[in-house]
Design a protein around this ligand. Sequence first.
Ligand SMILES: Cc1cc2nc3c(=O)[nH]c(=O)nc-3n(C[C@H](O)[C@H](O)[C@H](O)COP(=O)(O)OP(=O)(O)OC[C@H]3O[C@@H](n4cnc5c(N)ncnc54)[C@H](O)[C@@H]3O)c2cc1C
Length: 482
Amino acid sequence: MKRREFSKLLLALGVGAKTTFAGQSIADAETYEEPAKKLPVRHFDVVIAGGGTAGLFAAIAAGRQGAKTMLIESKGYCGGIAVEGGTAIHSFYNLYTAFEGCKKIKAVQGIPEEFMDKLTAMGGCTGYPEMETARDYDSVCTAIDTELYKILAFRMLEQAGVFVAVNTLLTSAIVHNARIQGVITESRSGREVIMANSFVDCTGYGDLCAHAGAEFTVPNDYDSCNSFGLANASIDDYYKFLKSHNAVGQMCRGPRSGEENKFVRMGAEQLDIPELQAEANKIGMSMITTTVHDNYLMYIKCNYKIPGTVLNRDDVARAEIEIRNRMARAAELFREYVPGFEKAFIARTSPSLCIRRGRQIICDYDITHEDVIDGRHFDDDTFVYGFHDWAPRYQIKEGGTYGIPYRALCVQDIENLYAAGMMITSDHRAHMSTRNTVSCMGQGQAAGTAAALCAIKNCGTRDLKYLDLKRELLKARVYFES
Ligand SMILES: Cc1cc2nc3c(=O)[nH]c(=O)nc-3n(C[C@H](O)[C@H](O)[C@H](O)COP(=O)(O)OP(=O)(O)OC[C@H]3O[C@@H](n4cnc5c(N)ncnc54)[C@H](O)[C@@H]3O)c2cc1C
């Protein structure tokens, strides 16, 4: 007997029909009114929602400005998709290798650059070795050790004086007259209210914006993915395999396990093994990987377009199962086809699937694809960026950079809220640039700095003087073109 039929039978027998709680009949109820409850309140200057790729840098930036800052992160670590989904950290540089005579520019500096320098010193990052192939796609390869990244993230947050609330979910917002007064969080310590002056939504999904009543769309225009780390697997063996099949695509050499000039990025062209290629296509497996260690491939991706939406719990649950099955198959394919991979095993997965886009939040300015490929700069640039994930098909003009304007981070119709990360930029092609990790990091630093200034000056996002923000960003070594 199905559970529904069983419940009906109980009702027919009169069992539970009169079950009431707090005056409500609950046995056959379709809704339940949660009783109001007094919650403890904490006070901060700035709240950063989400400690992922953008949020980590937003929180460090706000903390360093002297603002009393709280970072709310639902997982047990910070770093987000930068440590879960991506293959390489795209990209601190402009596409200087694709254009003759093009000047090499380190477009993103500031706190993200400082972070990568520290990570490199810990042996957790390749730095910026130049790509040997696919030089019209990205000029450098920045690969990371995902676990050292998480450790460094905590250290730098602590040094910046940020109150870090991990394993804490932001569940709603308290809004009055288009101004967020506070947010409500939930953790095993219970529910709490966090009051603050300024807020930055870095949840990727745009949760805080949605709770605050901001306008958004849900384009649902990309594959989701879970990427995994493969151990007992050598990138040198992978290179030999691809070379023997004339299929070496993306390739870069850099520091690996303490030695220079080793393979750190490897990707396959179309393989001349039709059955493997067909199987890989079936599970959306990307044949590009990176590493900073001898016997470990940091990322193998299995993509899957969720039939439904990334905001629907049950659609996502089905996708989680599908993607984990795909991962198992991907590992099997490596063991079966690549000599030297016979004992390879899955050593790391993301705790939940990674999305390329959830909600797209409406901000005061929406970066267009023309802005990106024409290399436009604005009179309110917060930093510049020079990578397009659709290169070489779409490249930024002459290997230059474009600006991320302050207005693009201000959430429309809300006085004290910024958005940073993959939730900005509605145009699908422009998003293929702005959503990349290093752009999200730059957005995080800009939004976190601005939020701290607003809190300190007690003003809204639109009352903050741009030159005050730029002065602070320059002090923090953010690079501008003008
Ligand atoms: C599969 C995949 C592969 C990619 N590959 C690359 C690549 O190779 N190179 C590259 O540069 N870019 C890549 N990208 C793009 C890039 O990684 C992401 O766009 C970027 O990392 C998103 O950063 P974010 O800060 O917006 O979101 P995230 O990094 O996801 O951070 C959001 C954080 O908010 C937390 N959070 C969410 N909701 C709540 C809540 N309600 N309460 C508390 N916390 C919450 C999450 O746990 C998470 O830590 C890839 C993306 C995907 C999905």
